[in-house]
Design a protein around this ligand. Structure first.
Ligand code: QV4
Ligand code: CA
Length: 511
């Protein structure tokens, strides 16, 4: 009995850190700006069969419509109400997506924009995705309803009412982030309205939330909201399951508050991860892959069981938010695949894969002047994600998650789940390798010369199919074959000019 109690206490404490993915599914994908109808199909036709654990979706609640610039992606970060009504679809389509994805074991995580409403200069009217009236100047959002009492105008102590110094905790939390009307999360009324919105989604069947702009909310206010949340829908989740919470806190050091203040309410985005790995793989600042031997806490990152990790996100892939030039994206496909491969092979953190759309990137004075461009659309209506014969996406969707190298590493991570980090090897430069117990092994050559080495893989003897250069299909390999001898050693040759200069093998790619 005592033991049982202890276990349930641990269970409760662990709760909001666990992604609630189906057993053996160990990563999620952000389907940025996709329509709910396309996500429902993608869960069934691609994500479930390839072991993806879930999908982070774009904000589902009503937002302001911005016509100048024309329908930027970032209009969705300016809420008008909590009605499920956006360019991605209505509530019926949302429910259909959640049901169909859950039915094939793929979870839905909602990007929850709860720190603010629209920008102070947004004017008034019914120019929102569901036609709800608002008046930004008077702080009126009758569709919630919120009024002047529900914002932090009186609490903010900066001269302009906006955040002038991001490193000052009180300003960062009580003032307007880029002019966005800052909600008074200290008020129980506001907390209840937000919790009602999130509970509505939980009852429909979502598995958790990304809390947008968490750095701009007091940890105590987040806790008060999270404490009001329902348990997950028992149609798909064990009784007593708590929503997974991951908080967007950009902490690259130097603030007067730290990421650890948010550990009480859930996981936190580790922005150092993509910033540093990008620097290493680009070989900037004298960095080398050999230094990745103690990747994780050894690099000053937050504890692994509190970290949500990613190579790029919807902000820093286009120069928004923090992270800077080192961030790798699909624009640097060769290096990007290595970075995502490394992330998915390495045990640190819970990973999120990015899935983007194309836009006409154009730099002027180091800034992408097209950083605002929204998803592929016809007169503002988001285009369908079409699927080409070769399984890639059409209509302007990049679909990194469908790239063979990335999709196969999502599977690799599931296959090695729970296995320790083992058999690290490096040449003191940019040729490195490591294993995951006796289930998987990965080798990188990011040097400017070829590599040829015999390495201890930790794997049982056999012939394995490299899942980077090919696939195991009906027992045959369409790519490079690696033979592991009885003592676990294998010979790896990787040319520095290979299309993808890395090799990955695992228990299920054995021929
Ligand atoms: C403009 C001026 C302001 C002025 C304001 C007056 O620039 O100086 O005060 O008008 O009304 C857009 C515009 C921005 C505009 C603002 C308000 O880009 O120029 O302000 O709207 O109208 C996204 C975009 C933002 C966008 C915002 C709302 O990135 O550019 O602002 O959506 O549409 C920090 C935070 C972190 C944040 C990151 C980007 O710590 O939390 O910046 N990341 C999240 C999201 C991000 C989103 C927000 C937060 C806001 O990931 O996508 O911002 O919800 O690091
Ligand atoms: Ca705030």
């Amino acid at each position: 009995m005592k033991y049982f109690l202890l276990l349930s206490v641990i269970g409760l404490c662990w709760a909001q850190y666990s992604p609630n993915t189906q057993q053996g599914r160990t990563s999620i994908v952000h389907l940025f700006e996709w329509r709910w109808a396309d996500i429902a199909k993608e869960c069934e036709r691609y994500l479930a069969p390839h072991g993806f654990g879930g999908v982070q979706i774009s904000p589902p609640n009503e937002n302001i419509v911005i016509n100048s610039p024309y329908r930027p992606w970032w209009e969705r970060y300016q809420p008008i109400s909590y009605k499920i009504c956006t360019r991605s679809g209505n509530e019926d389509e949302f429910r259909d997506m959640v049901t169909r994805c859950n039915n094939v074991g793929v979870r839905i995580y909602v990007d929850a924009v709860i720190n603010h409403m629209c920008g102070e200069g947004a004017g008034s009217g019914t120019g929102s995705t569901c036609g709800s009236y608002f008046n930004a100047q008077n702080r009126e959002f009758p569709a919630v309803p919120y009024s002047g009492w529900d914002f932090n105008d009186g609490k903010c102590k900066s001269g302009s009412g906006g955040i002038e110094n991001y490193r000052d905790a009180a300003q960062a939390k009580d003032c307007r982030l880029v002019g966005l009307l800052d909600l008074a999360l200290g008020k129980d009324y506001v907390r209840s309205k937000i919790a009602d919105y999130m509970n509505h989604l939980i009852d429909i069947g979502v598995a958790g939330f990304r809390l947008d702009a968490s750095k701009h909310m007091w940890p105590g206010d987040i806790k008060a909201i999270v404490d009001k949340l329902h348990n997950l829908n028992i149609s798909w989740f064990p009784e007593g399951s708590r929503p997974f919470i991951y908080q967007e806190v950009i902490d690259l050091g130097g603030d007067e508050f730290t990421t650890s203040e948010y550990f009480g309410t859930g996981r936190v985005t580790e922005f150092k991860y993509g910033t540093k790995l990008g620097t290493v793989i680009r070989k900037w600042n004298g960095e080398k892959m050999a230094y990745l031997k103690n990747w994780g806490k050894g690099w000053g990152f937050i504890p692994s069981d509190r970290a949500l990790v990613f190579i790029d996100n919807h902000d820093n892939q286009r120069g928004h938010g923090a992270g800077g030039a080192s961030i790798l994206t699909f624009w640097d496909a060769r290096l990007y695949k290595m970075a995502v491969g490394f992330m998915l092979a390495h045990p640190y953190g819970f990973p999120r894969v990015m899935s983007s759309y194309h836009w006409p990137r154009y730099f002027e004075n180091g800034k992408d002047v097209n950083d605002w461009i929204g998803p592929p659309n016809n007169n503002g209506i988001i285009k369908e994600v079409t699927i080409n014969e070769d399984t890639t996406c059409g209509n302007g969707w990049v679909c990194e998650h469908r790239w063979r190298q990335i999709r196969n590493m999502v599977i690799f991570r599931n296959v090695v789940d729970g296995q320790p980090f083992t058999n690290w090897w490096d040449n003191g430069s940019n040729q490195v390798a490591f294993g995951r117990g006796n289930r998987g092994f990965i080798v990188f050559n990011n040097d400017d010369w070829s590599m040829s080495s015999t390495l201890q893989t930790g794997l049982p003897a056999g012939t394995y199919c490299d899942v980077i250069s090919g696939d195991k299909v009906h027992g045959n390999c369409t790519g490079i074959e690696i033979s592991v001898s009885d003592d676990g050693n294998a010979q790896f040759s990787i040319s520095n000019s290979a299309e993808d200069p890395f090799i990955a093998i695992h228990a299920e790619s054995r021929l």
